[in-house]
Design a protein around this ligand. Sequence first.
Ligand code: 13P
Length: 311
Amino acid sequence: MALVTTKEMFSKAYNGGYAVGAFNVDNIDIMQGVLNAAVKTQSPIIIAVSGGALKYMHPAYVRYAALAASEECDIPIALHLDHGKSVELCKQCVDNGFTSVMIDASAYDFETNIAMTREVVEYAHKRGVVVEGELGAIAGIEDDVVVDDKYGSFTHPDDAVEFVHRTGIDSLAIAIGTAHGAYKFKPGQKPQLRFDILEEISAKLPEFPIVLHGASSVPKDRLDTFNSYGGQMPEAIGIPEDMLRKAASMSVCKINVGSDIRICYFGELRKMFALKPTKFEGREFLEPARAAVEEMVTDKIVNIMGSAHKA
Ligand code: 13P
């Protein structure tokens, strides 16, 4: 199957009450682990590549690896730029075989965000590529947010409507309390997401696909493996899985997972290095790490996204 945009994926997900997982990949191994899970579960899948990962892997290798995947795997696969920080980077990815790009100009003021996003949309749509925009601050734990109204730094529903209409984007990443990284809440803090804001946004933007960033759940078994073999992330806390399932059943059509992939992959590598000190054949370490990614992504597809058998 050829690489596809997320257009049809999202419309099916919206109507079917599930989400499609966007998994961050940093190398071909991780990409294969994610794809194996999607094939096994017959799920649509979004391969997410950040600007940093693109530089590390090299654009041509990313493009041909994704094309190889589309030849090998009989499921819908979208190749997506995650957090494109400049218009130029987004255009480069549009020209380089990506089927979806995210322009993240959320750090700029509202009008600049609109202008940059609009420019990417005009370029991408002419070339058959879809665009995700972002509005609101998807925080890190260290941000001490001063909340001056009900919405604080979360996405304001009225702004979301104006942003979507003026930019022409295909999906919107919103801030409702998720955060990037593995430390989303302070120890002892009760995890919560602002489903009331999500509901308000969805009511004002019917049928429109919403994206949830910062949606790693930091699974306990994976974190335990990581920490048992020399890792030091004792206080990592993710989004509870039941909250992600709820979001997927609502208007959230894309759920982004990056940190969990890294905890899983590098936790398994740590374990293999510790358990096989006399080995130096790469595959002795890499195959179990890839298999661990496959296993964890399978679990997410089945138990969080709800996208199994939706290919
Ligand atoms: P996590 O850090 O929660 O995995 O979020 C990843 C993400 O949103 C990438 O855009």
